[in-house]
Design a protein around this ligand. Structure first.
Ligand code: SF4
Length: 500
């Protein structure tokens, strides 16, 4: 027998089904292979908040979870949302005291010691006393005999400690384990340490899933609604379904992009229709594309309007969004939020790194999104090689001009990918890539760097963010309004509060 199950280890924010596991199980379902999804991140948090917390005398989480799943209003109230998330975080904080050195939140887990040292992870997993051990033993008991082959879907480093542990526990119980997913393929293609990952798991699959089926077609050429091991009880007021309209990127030119070798493919919109016909009523579609393709979204608006209760995703703030009233039509068809990678207010910076839009265009797109009634979640990036004080000030000026138009903000400081065109052409861009000091081999996606003249743009930008940017009256209310937990999915479902 080879009864399969798709397993998504903690920690992934438990507000929607993990995209990688969903697509894997959906692709298998479309080929007649039943592989129920076991979302162990959702399972772990439900166990912690609903079973463990009462027995350990911790805060009562039931009212908080009831609110997140059923707020009683169309959208979350930001103040109430903050307070219920605070209850859940306080329980997590108390729980992790029993596990010295562990960092644990609703979106991350980091074990003690050197982060992502695989030798350390294996020894922790076998010790049986991690924050996940108790729940995993219960889950194994409950599912014993229901499958023989576990397919672990690994998308984030935050899942790695638990993935190593659950793989070992399953193998100890005689279950075959294959590990795959975007983390493994990204380490193979753009990071460093795939050999280390191989030392944690016996079987690793680096392809898109097709090796499990024997077919040679791209795995996402056929997807259907998959089977779930347990009823759908995500911490969200509406069912959120992840779906990519493309793989790779429609733009594919940014010089610091680590993913430019990913093959581009339009995923047939027939798959989205299949999924909508098998899934829950009135879902929200989370478009997980690196950049939503403008033409496809335009064609899909009638489907979104008729079959969903909304959609959101990541958009490059390019001029195409401003044509033919598209953003207004998207808002009228249920688009709740666009996450825009505006990145910088300096046209020199955007041009140098081949972003393909100007700050002026980004500003118009963001204004138009807001005026059309959608939420704006704006991503800004500081610390790029060659960035000057004037460039940073231009970004702040742009945000000031957009006052009242930005609902949420994500501030980031540039990390230099292990592999990308910028790293290959480092000297041309005035930087020296370095190495981290560590005797222990670890998994990595990024490298340290400094400017050839000895200055450090990351350090300078951090100081600017701390002392100037964050405290600016146009910025600080937006940062305060940006939820700390359950980020994008819940932001799309949050009541809009005018910020000016
Ligand atoms: S838009 Fe994003 S995914 Fe596309 S090339 Fe640029 S950085 Fe890469």
């Amino acid at each position: 027998m080879d009864r399969k199950a798709v397993i998504s280890p903690p920690v992934i924010t438990p507000s929607e089904v993990p995209a990688g596991a969903f697509m894997l199980a959906g692709g298998l379902a479309a080929r007649g292979i039943e592989a129920p999804i076991h979302d162990l991140s959702l399972g772990f948090f439900r166990w912690l908040f609903l079973d463990h917390a009462p027995s350990a005398g911790l805060a009562n989480c039931t009212p908080s979870l009831d609110y997140l799943m059923s707020p009683g209003t169309e959208f979350y109230d930001p103040h109430k949302h903050r307070s219920v998330c605070g209850v859940l975080q306080s329980v997590l904080k108390s729980y992790k005291r029993d596990f010295p050195g562990w960092q644990l939140s609703l979106m991350d887990s980091v074990p003690p010691g050197i982060a992502h040292s695989t030798a350390g992870l294996v020894s922790l997993a076998r010790g049986g006393s991690t924050p996940f051990s108790k729940y995993f033993k219960l889950w194994l008991k409950e599912t014993r005999g229901t499958f023989d082959h576990g397919l672990i879907s690994l998308a984030y480093l935050s899942q790695l400690p638990a993935a190593v542990e659950i793989a070992w526990l399953m193998e100890e119980s005689g279950i075959r384990v294959t590990v795959g997913g975007s983390l493994a393929s990204a380490l193979h293609d753009t990071g460093s340490g795939i050999e280390l990952l191989k030392s944690c798991f016996r079987e690793i699959a680096l392809d898109d899933g097709r090796s499990l089926t024997g077919e040679d077609q791209p795995f996402l050429s056929k997807v259907e609604w998959p089977v779930f091991a347990k009823p759908w009880k995500y911490f969200s007021s509406r069912p959120v379904i992840p779906f990519p309209l493309t793989t790779g990127c429609t733009w594919n030119k940014c010089l610091f992009c680590p993913d430019r070798d990913k093959p581009f493919m339009n995923v047939s919109t027939k798959n989205l229709k299949n999924i909508l016909s098998g899934g829950p009523d009135d879902p929200v579609i989370h478009l997980i594309d690196s950049a939503i393709p403008v033409k496809t979204i335009e064609e899909l608006l009638p489907l979104f309007r008729e079959k969903t209760s909304g959609f959101y995703g990541f958009a490059r703030p390019q001029g195409e969004w401003l044509r033919k009233d598209l953003l207004k039509r998207m808002a009228d068809s249920g688009c709740l939020m666009l996450q825009t990678g505006a990145e910088s207010g300096s046209s020199g910076i955007l041009q140098r790194f081949m972003k393909g839009f100007s700050p002026d265009t980004a500003e118009k797109v963001i204004t138009n999104i807001s005026d059309s009634g959608m939420r704006n979640y704006v991503y800004l990036l500081f610390g790029l090689p060659g960035e000057t004080k004037d460039d940073r000030e231009l970004t702040l000026d742009m945000v000031r001009r957009l006052e009242g138009k930005i609902d949420y903000m994500n501030l980031s400081v540039f990390n230099l990918p292990e592999k990308c065109e910028l790293t290959d052409r480092a000297t041309e861009f005035g930087i020296l890539p370095g190495e981290y000091d560590s005797d222990t081999p670890v998994l990595r996606f990024y490298r340290p760097f400094q400017n050839i003249d000895g200055t450090d743009p990351r350090k300078e930008s951090r100081e600017f963010i701390r002392s100037v940017f964050r405290t600016d009256p146009a910025v600080s209310p937006v940062l305060q309004a940006t939820p700390r937990w359950f980020r994008a999915g819940h932001m799309a479902l949050m009541k809009r509060i005018p910020l000016s």
